[in-house]
Ligand binder design. Structure first.
Ligand code: SAH
Length: 454
């Protein structure tokens, strides 16, 4: 055990930021994780919980602020669990993310020369989210409030106007709150599993201006629906109003079923020239502006001239597949979630694209099977796996198929580095790497890498 005890005070300088956004400082070789700090801050902190070689501490006082420290724009930035980097100047956030990618590629990937292009940041890193799910609760004076969960808890921090979200959120939430008060609707209580009103889902198509509201309820129907619809329709752009029944004791927000109250049951949006239909339950990237840049980069790296056969592994609802299909002869998508593939096929039809075909299944099963049985071929393979990266069987099959180019889109640069190393040891050369900031003020960063067969 360390000699540190709870509530011990100490001084340290923040040198780095953890995966989850805490500042990292040291005292005589002991490592501290301290929330709400920025690289370069000299702080006084208080020990909360200690292990053998590291501990968690609470920031008590900033003794000397980092030159990159800024006043968070959002008044609840410190309590809310949503943003980790708001106190860091946006330029510095981008530098931090770029360095994270670079460090992982050198430390884990073993690369010495990294052909890195400047990270793609946002010109305006606020109000970029097209989707929000607001929980409802009571404050100490028994007022109805909504906002966001404080980090790692279910206590609600009141905030109707998150600065990452759209401006319409606030007006929509006011209408829903007024409706609850007017008709005495009860809030859902997680502990007793009683009460009706659960989360409110709000989505917007940034290119179309279309708005969607879906109210989640613990009950069969939403009382006084007509009055609610009438009020919500006063908001310009309101296109789809529905409710979702979720009677389970669960942290999952949406129920499986959606009942339509107004409109076609979906909204539409575009990424580039490709149109997407978004229903309350369908997956859609939350930052459409950066998604367009990210997929634009993937498309550029794919180097398509119109004659290529492309595989898009981990394709989700086919966003990248359809983007590529604009410039390829044929695109095959593979995704494990059947519902996502239904959406992908629907979106292909919506855009009149006939040169795409989708498979439901694991990439590491579908690809080897198609390769061994049907000798399928690829000029280019694009992968966009979840955080854990690609399965080795999948990488191995890619190597066997020997496409000229592999484009790797990643949301975790540590597993990216591991997988790139595997491919680089088997005939591929790392030709380009570029970060893209999809989630300003959070610690996350997306990366696109291009590998070329040598
Ligand atoms: N490119 C997609 C998003 C990819 S997110 C888009 O833009 O919509 C990663 C996707 O991989 C998720 O949809 C997830 O369901 C899927 N997935 C996870 N494990 C998988 C596996 N073993 N094989 C295929 N798909 C998988």
């Amino acid at each position: 055990m360390s000699e540190w005890k709870k509530n011990d005070k100490f001084e340290t300088v923040i040198e780095d930021i953890s995966e989850t956004g805490e500042g990292i400082g040291k005292t005589d070789g002991f490592t501290w994780f301290i929330k709400d700090t920025v690289i370069g801050d000299r702080v006084e902190a208080k020990a909360m919980k200690t292990k053998k070689s590291y501990g968690f501490a609470r920031m008590e006082r900033i003794l000397e602020p980092s030159k990159n420290r800024v006043e968070p724009k959002c008044p609840v930035a410190r309590q809310c669990g949503g943003c980790q980097l708001q106190a860091m100047d946006y330029k510095e956030q981008l530098t931090f993310k770029e360095r994270k990618i670079y460090n992982n590629l050198t430390r884990i990937g073993g690369f010495t020369e990294i052909p890195m292009l400047p990270i793609i940041g946002m010109d305006e890193p606020w109000r970029y989210r097209n989707k929000a799910q607001f929980p409802w609760g009571m404050d100490k004076e028994d007022n109805i409030i909504t906002g966001f969960y404080a980090g790692r808890t279910h206590s609600i921090i009141g905030c109707e106007d998150c600065l990452l979200g759209i401006e319409e959120n606030e007006d929509i939430l006011k209408i829903i709150k007024a409706h609850m008060e007017r008709f005495g609707l009860r809030l859902y209580d997680e502990e007793t599993h009683k009460g009706l009103i659960r989360h409110t889902l709000i989505r917007k198509g940034f290119k179309t201006g279309e708005l969607m509201v879906c109210q989640v309820i613990n009950g069969k129907s939403l009382p006084h629906q007509e009055e609610l619809v009438e009020e919500l329709l006063k908001i310009p752009g309101m296109t789809s109003i529905s409710y979702s029944v979720n009677r389970e004791k669960t942290n999952v927000i949406m129920g499986n079923q959606v009942e339509n109250l107004y409109g076609p049951g979906y909204i539409s949006d575009y990424i580039g020239d490709v149109k997407y239909r978004i229903s309350p339950l369908s997956f859609y990237q939350v930052n459409p502006v950066q998604t367009e840049k990210l997929y634009g980069t993937a498309l550029e790296y794919a180097g398509l001239t119109g004659g290529e056969t492309v595989w898009d592994l981990y394709c989700g609802i086919g966003t990248i597949s359809l983007f590529l299909a604009q410039k390829a002869k044929k695109v095959y998508g593979v995704e494990i979630v059947p519902q996502a593939i239904e959406d992908a096929r629907e979106n292909a039809k919506l855009n009149g694209m006939e040169n795409v075909e989708f498979f439901v299944g694991k990439a590491e099963e579908v690809l080897p099977e198609q390769f061994e049985k049907n000798q399928v071929y690829a000029d280019v393979i694009v992968v966009d796996p979840p955080r854990k990266g690609c399965d080795e069987v999948c990488l191995d099959t890619i190597v066997k198929m020997g496409p000229k180019r592999v484009v790797y889109v990643s949301c975790d640069s540590a597993t990216l580095a591991r997988d790139l190393k595997y491919l680089a040891e088997r005939g591929y050369e790392l030709s380009r790497v570029r970060g893209c900031d999809m989630f300003p003020h959070s610690g996350h960063v997306e990366t696109v890498a291009l590998l070329t067969l040598v």
